[in-house]
Design a protein around this ligand. Structure first.
Ligand code: DAH
Length: 344
């Protein structure tokens, strides 16, 4: 290359090449790479034009240099502008993709809640401990002796038929009642509740092979059925509401004498009669009685000096009454549609 005319032609061609090449560039990074091929000091196509200076006549050298520098400046500006535009476009795209629609409904966070039987168990435990009861948890596998014999239900006693039992061996069984813990209690004065799972070979809408009970036992000097009645009145008012009354009906349990079945006035209709209480105004909630002297003696307690009362209730039954559930299976199916509705 020897003169300005030729240089200008080359530069015009390079500019055209840059303009055309630029159309295909979409990112800031590709602009940088493309720019290097023209403006790199050592290998850039515009930079290399300086080398042609040798062949140019002296009086043209200044103009030749100026023209190349002008082309450099043009290219630099061109790429800066292009880069700026692409950066803005990239940013705009990012804004679009990261846009937050504040009118969208939020994702609902699901909080867990306690199982209704756990809730009932906690509520009962709170009520009884506030009355001074201790909590004792027995074992689910019991001996035949503690579950039956010590509770005045020896082998062949007809009352064993009241509870269909899962035997693990002739000696061991899955406890059928939390009453089994009674005999393991310490010396009087005793004031203890014992919650836990119990097992019976029984299965229908209101019975399940596994369910939960809470047993209560109070032993001291001069304890009578009146103490039981007074405590029950307080207890049912706290669990079912202030207006609730109790009614004792004679019953039979081998470990209590006398034995009673305890009804509460229907907390739904107030006693007038409704579906929940089967139009009777009363709902059966637990079994209780004055501890049979034989049981006290089996515990090594002097039955002439001490007396006591005991009671046992089913936690699922209380939960079903409280939450209006008519099939015990609903409590064991872990169906969130059911459990979500019961959040006390
Ligand atoms: N253990 C009885 C049952 O499972 C309930 C019961 C009744 C417990 C009377 C007692 C009681 O302590 O005195 O059916």
């Amino acid at each position: 290359m020897q003169d300005l005319k030729e240089l200008n032609e080359v530069i015009t061609a390079i500019k055209e090449e840059i303009r055309q090449g630029a159309d295909a560039l979409t990112t800031s990074k590709s602009v940088y790479e493309f720019k290097k091929t023209f403006l790199d000091n050592k290998q850039g196509r515009i930079g290399l034009l300086m080398k042609e200076m040798r062949n140019v006549a002296n009086d043209q050298k200044a103009e030749f240099g100026k023209t190349i520098n002008g082309a450099k400046e043009w290219a630099n500006n061109f790429f800066d502008e292009l880069d700026q535009k692409l950066k803005e476009k990239e940013q705009q795209q990012r804004y679009e993709s990261e846009k937050i629609d504040i009118t969208m409904p939020p994702v609902k966070i699901r909080y867990g809640n306690l199982h209704p039987v756990t809730t009932v168990r906690n509520q009962l435990t709170d009520i009884f401990t506030s009355m001074g009861f201790e909590v004792y948890e027995g074992t689910e596998i019991e001996t035949d002796y503690y579950n039956f014999t010590a509770l005045n239900t020896p082998q062949d006693h007809p009352a064993r038929d009241m509870q269909d039992t899962f035997y693990l061996s002739p000696e061991f069984l899955l406890r059928t009642q939390t009453s089994a813990g009674q005999v393991e209690a310490k010396k009087p004065p005793i004031k203890v509740v014992s919650p836990g799972k119990v097992f019976r070979s029984d299965d229908d809408a209101t019975h399940s092979p596994m369910f939960s009970q809470m047993e209560g036992l109070v032993v001291d000097e001069g304890i009578t059925l009146c103490d039981l009645k007074g405590m029950l009145d307080m207890f049912v008012q706290r669990i079912f509401g202030k207006q609730t009354k109790t009614r004792l009906r004679p019953s039979y349990f081998p470990f209590t004498e006398p034995s009673v079945e305890v009804d509460v006035s229907c907390f739904q209709c107030g006693g007038k009669g409704c579906r929940l209480c089967k139009e009777t105004g009363w709902i059966e909630v637990l079994g209780a009685g004055v501890v049979n002297k034989k049981v006290l003696e089996n515990c090594g307690i002097d039955s002439n000096k001490y007396s006591g009362f005991a009671f046992g209730l089913g936690l699922e039954r209380i939960a079903m009454l409280k939450y209006g559930i008519n099939n015990i299976k609903m409590l064991f199916e872990s169906d969130l549609r059911v459990l979500d509705q019961i959040d006390d």
